[in-house]
Design a protein around this ligand. Structure first.
Ligand SMILES: [Zn+2]
Length: 56
């Protein structure tokens, strides 16, 4: 069981660099495998707004 719908996870990409995202279950974030940006996930909804993303 992931943070978000797995069909959605398969098509989501990083807003900044379009890299693939991986789930960080402990931090409840989606992490870009390319640039390291982290997107918060709240109640199964990923916040893909670039201004809200954080760099790890
Ligand atoms: Zn990225």
């Amino acid at each position: 069981m992931g943070l978000i719908d797995q069909r959605l996870a398969a098509i989501l990409v990083c807003t900044d660099c379009h890299g693939d995202l991986t789930e960080d279950l402990e931090a409840s974030t989606l992490v870009c495998t390319k640039c390291g940006l982290r997107y918060a996930v709240v109640d199964g909804i990923a916040n893909m707004i670039l201004a809200d993303a954080t760099r790890s």
